[in-house]
Design a binder for this molecule. Structure first.
Ligand code: PLP
Length: 432
């Protein structure tokens, strides 16, 4: 058989270009990371050929004896990593994991109370353009104007007002941690299910660098490719008290199966067909990596780096949403600098600094322009950068944002970015 390079030069050259881009850009998108060579190898394996509808020991296809063991490893390692009672590692993405939770827990037309999308929440938590907002009645809670933080008393009032079937926690752009116990008390008070989408913070939660939702939420979903540093994909978990709570889940969904089966059947056949066994193998590899001691060191450094960068930005006169961060990301409100997110993202892109424009709470700009940028530390921390380099990154960003229209200046900053990237090499391969 031919190699990719021999078979398809056009695609191979594009992969070379993308590898070069990843090697020589400051990757600061908070939802991205750099998977290891081992994880990438598993994804690029012959397991992509295998159909395995169903679950280990209960497949609809022959020849599953090897992939059964692979999926068992992925499940066992995930359970160990998060102290979960039950997991499903088949969701193709975070959004499909969430779709399965809705299918299992809510009937169309029932009410979800979710984190306001313009305050950091995710599309799948009730956006009117997403299945969650189309099929369900989405109501929202948000952060307070003076603190940019959640006020649990206000959320309790909101929950009493809208009487949700399910309350969701979790966001794509919230720099603070959550009080899961308080959320659970509210859910119990109004008879709602509690769902935490820890897509962004799963890695930090696995190492207990952030509060743990599993003992409190009825169900937890995640992506596997953000702070968790695995392959692109999703997962559903239930904590130790799942057995007590699933009775509620089953009743609400009109099903009588036990709790594992409720979510398993919501994934397959509920929302997906055959699992991506090559991705599940890569998930197993990444969970194995996350169970090593150095993963704790990595998450701690990710958090320290975000904090160091936040402090530097504040020193440079930037306005940070909630005035700092507890986790891996910061959100900068650029209005006091006379800038918007679109201009900033484009100018930084010219200097090989990759961030994304982002709405800030109570934004006055449209989602296509936005008043803010979101900056995350997970990817560059994987490359080995520490606090000093993250402070340097804040200075480089400031250099660009001081003169967003000055392309000559951007070129000079790009050279500094290249020098920094050279000190922390990344990929020495195009295909693993
Ligand atoms: N949930 C949250 C909180 C997210 O931030 C994201 C993605 O950014 C998702 C779900 C969706 O994940 P995916 O892009 O894998 O569908």
């Amino acid at each position: 058989m031919k190699s990719l390079q021999e078979q398809d030069t056009e695609i191979f050259e594009l992969l070379e270009k993308e590898t070069d881009r990843q090697n020589y850009n400051l990757e600061l998108i908070a939802s991205e990371n750099f998977a290891s060579k081992a994880v990438i190898s598993a994804m690029g394996s012959v397991l992509t050929n295998k159909y395995a509808e169903g679950y280990p020991g209960k497949r609809y296809y022959g020849g599953c004896e090897v992939v059964d063991i692979v999926e068992d490893h992925a499940r066992d390692r995930a359970k160990k990593l998060f102290g979960a009672d039950w997991v499903n590692v088949q969701p193709h993405s975070g959004a499909t994991a969430n779709a399965a939770v809705y299918l299992a827990c809510m009937k169309p037309g029932e009410t979800l109370l979710g984190f306001d999308l313009s305050h950091g929440g995710h599309l799948t938590h009730g956006s009117p353009v997403n299945f969650s907002g189309i099929n369900y009645n989405a109501e929202f809670y948000g952060v307070e104007k003076d603190t940019d933080r959640l006020d649990m008393n206000k959320i309790r009032e909101r929950a009493k007002e809208v009487k949700p079937t399910m309350i969701s926690i979790g966001a794509s752009a919230y720099p603070r941690d959550y009080d899961y116990e308080a959320f659970r008390n509210i859910a119990d008070e109004v008879g709602a299910l509690l769902w935490m989408d820890m897509a962004h913070t799963a890695g930090l939660i696995a190492t207990k660098n952030l509060n743990d939702p599993l003992p409190h939420a009825h169900v937890v979903t995640t992506t596997t490719h953000k702070t968790l540093r695995g392959p692109r994909g999703g997962m559903i978990l239930v904590g130790k008290d799942g057995e007590n709570t699933i009775g509620v889940t089953a009743a609400k969904s009109g099903r009588t199966k036990n709790w594992g089966e409720v979510f398993d059947s919501a994934v397959f056949p509920g929302t997906q067909g055959g699992p991506l066994m090559h991705v599940i193998a890569a998930k197993a590899v990444s969970f194995g990596e996350a169970l090593q001691e150095d993963f704790k060191t990595y998450q701690t450094q990710t958090q320290k780096n975000a904090k160091a960068m936040a402090d530097k930005f504040i020193e440079l006169g930037y306005d940070l949403v909630s005035n700092g961060t507890d986790n891996h990301l910061i959100l900068i409100d650029l209005r006091n600098k006379g800038l918007n997110g679109k201009i900033a993202e484009e100018a930084l892109g010219e200097a090989a600094i990759t961030v994304n424009k982002n709405m800030v709470p109570f934004d006055t700009e449209s989602p296509f322009v936005t008043s803010g940028i979101r900056i995350g530390s997970p990817a560059m921390t994987t490359r080995g950068l520490k606090e000093a380099e993250f402070e340097q990154i804040a200075v480089l960003i400031d250099k660009v944002l001081q003169k967003p229209g000055d392309t000559e200046n951007h070129k000079k900053v790009e050279q500094e970015v290249r020098d920094l990237c050279d000190r922390f090499p990344l990929y020495d391969f195009v295909t693993a």
